[in-house]
Design a protein around this ligand. Structure first.
Ligand code: SF4
Length: 222
């Protein structure tokens, strides 16, 4: 397992205020400062190899995953990058300790923005370190085809992630600290987003439009 510390992430208060539709930029700036003072963004990942491709999934480094969409996306792919990325636990503690509901909400959103920045850095690192022109990512729980329980095998590929980053799975396979993401990056010719196969109507985290034809092509039904 490799560790990639993610330094120097800084949010711009004005852009964050615009994005979050917040009028009080000074308040947002103060909250951003307190989040950035405690965050510890880092990714743990490994270079994995696809051992076997089955009808309903793949085997990576002796660990089996069940997902027809993942299987399809890994057609012609031999090397993958299972990962867990977090900005650390301290922000969860700060949010928990706040009494003001607006500040709680804004800190939570700031955590999402920091996580997004950290993910961008990590993705850039993968592309440059492994000479990959384009990468895509799938995460357990993003589609019914690859349910959240598949976090289990993913974490088996990164058994020291709790010691290294402090990230663990709850009984319902959610990650703690909350501001953590996980998944498998893989090289791709065109960028794949699980959102293209997900018909959910209201989702603030949507990254691409739902593509019914593509969903049918992947055998994913709404
Ligand atoms: S649209 Fe939302 S729920 Fe659906 S895959 Fe994308 S981020 Fe997840």
């Amino acid at each position: 397992m490799r560790i990639f510390p993610i330094d120097d992430i800084r949010l711009n208060a004005e852009s964050a205020a615009q994005r979050l539709r917040v009028a009080d930029v000074d308040l947002l700036r103060r909250l951003i400062d307190s989040a950035q003072a405690v965050m510890a963004p880092a990714a743990a990942f490994r270079v994995g190899y696809v051992d076997e491709k089955r009808d309903d999934g793949v085997v990576v480094d002796n660990v089996a995953f069940t997902s027809r969409v993942l299987r399809r996306n890994l057609d012609g792919v031999g090397r993958v990058f299972p990962f867990v990325l977090t900005i650390g636990r301290a922000l969860d503690d700060i949010i928990e300790a706040r009494a003001d509901m607006l500040e709680k909400y804004l800190l939570d959103e700031i955590g999402n923005l920091l996580l997004r920045e950290a993910r961008g850095r990590f993705e850039h690192h993968l592309r440059s370190a492994f000479a990959l022109e384009k990468v895509s990512c799938m995460a357990p729980g993003s589609l019914a085809d690859w349910p959240i329980e598949q976090q289990g095998p993913l974490f088996r590929l990164l058994p020291k992630v709790e010691t290294a980053l402090g990230v663990r799975l709850t009984e319902s396979f959610l990650m703690l600290p909350r501001k953590s993401i996980s998944g498998i990056y893989f090289p791709s010719e065109a960028t794949f987003f699980s959102c293209q196969l997900c018909p959910r109507e209201r989702c603030d985290a949507r990254k691409a439009r739902y593509d019914a034809a593509k969903a049918r092509d992947y055998g994913v039904t709404a």
